[in-house]
Design a binder for this molecule. Sequence first.
Ligand SMILES: *[C@@H]1O[C@H](CO)[C@@H](O)[C@H](O)[C@H]1NC(C)=O
Length: 503
Amino acid sequence: MDFDLVVRNGIIVTASEILQPGLDIGIQAGKIICIGAGLPATANTEVLDAEGAYITPGGVDSHVHLAQANAPTGDGWETGTRSAVAGGTTTIIAFASQEKTDESLFPVLDEYDKTSKDQSYCDYSYHFILTNPTTKILTEELPVLFRERGISSVKLYMTYELMKVSDRQVLEILFTCKRLGMTTMIHAESHDMISFIIEGLERNRNTEPYFHAIARPRIAEDEASYRAISLAELADAPMLIVHMSSEIALGHVREAQGRLLPIHAETCPQYLFLLSENLKAVEHDHFHGAKHVCSPPLRHDPADLEGLWRNVANGTVTTFSSDHAPSKYYPEGGKRLGLVDGIPRFAKIPNGLPGLETRLPLLFNQTPACRPEGKARLSLPRFVQLASTNAAKLYGLDGRKGSIAPGYDADLIIWHAGNTGARTIHQKDLHHDIDYTPYEGMEVGNWPRYTVLRGTVVWDQGKGVVGKMEYGQWLKRGRGEVLVGRTGNLPRGMLPEERGYWM
Ligand SMILES: *[C@@H]1O[C@H](CO)[C@@H](O)[C@H](O)[C@H]1NC(C)=O
């Protein structure tokens, strides 16, 4: 067998197990061909020595905003995906976003395709954000988008004036997606609670960045999460609630999962590592907290972080993504849009944090690979599920992405051996095009030494980003899997024949 690349001497971790040390990975034409001991290398074979380090699947980040009109100073494709590979992520799913005035999704997708084409260091796809789900879009366009363009997921917002859909529209979309085999993602926060509170805060001139966290209390997420779950239950549709920050809201998810409803949850690094006190930061000026404005907001109590960690560790949370949605702090049009005539107005600060590059090192740092016995928050296989496998399965990329197994794309992270990869996170070392990181100064026990995408090294910590920008491929996705529960459930109290009367 003539391999293009053999990766030797690593400890391979999959979503279910840690393989014995010393196995090699044989790669040909970008795919994993076999895993075994002492694989042969010919004159044409490149050999990469993992030196006993862990090898995990290339990261799949299923929640990334790049080059969207509502964040003009955010990352574009080149800089965003460059930072992805530098942090071990080999696949991202970004967003194409309908505006309420867009009557067809096809021109929107074409426009987004144009910005990403030949501009990506990693492989990629899009979820479609629906803001105006007309009958034509639901019945005529979504089936074609799925079949011909491989867009097998949509995202909805229950909040934000320009984005939000009504509960009635959520239902229509859930029913449609269920029928088509598409996955529905939902941003669950109560719009009316939030807009009511914002009005009061502004009336009382409480408009500094910190009040962003006051404007969107946990109860707004708890209530909307329960409402979203109820809508999905009525539609008997699989759903994922994005960026969950509240243990009570996750309790609703767990309760639904316990009834075998196909309700998935996502969380993000910011809700596991950062607290609302960051919004008060006054190191440089009174507006500095704007750097930590995201929605849902950072929560108040360290107990919130601990509660989330437990849900991450034990499987209630299905995916862990960055929600990379940054705006620069200093330049015009970024976070400072929230400084109006020198007066802070939190409600005008663009939402979102950078995090594509730091996502995996921060999570890996919580595994036994970086922590002494008994201090790890999650196992290595659980890390792999959260970093790659679950998102690949949920969004229709299984069989290609998210695992180290024959037939899969040879997407790998080769970590540093032992504790030789420890590093402190500094903005100056990152590859995004944003002027800060919310994780400045945090220490992590390891960092990807190599990132391999389809058998090619694209990140080598010794040399930097060595991949080529146009190497990233667009991914046509298939039907996603249901990872928790199943469809075919009857809402509590409903008679078996009941849906038939109105469906
Ligand atoms: C996961 O952890 C949460 C928080 O401690 C707990 O409420 C929940 O019951 C746990 N779920 C499972 C499946 O163990």
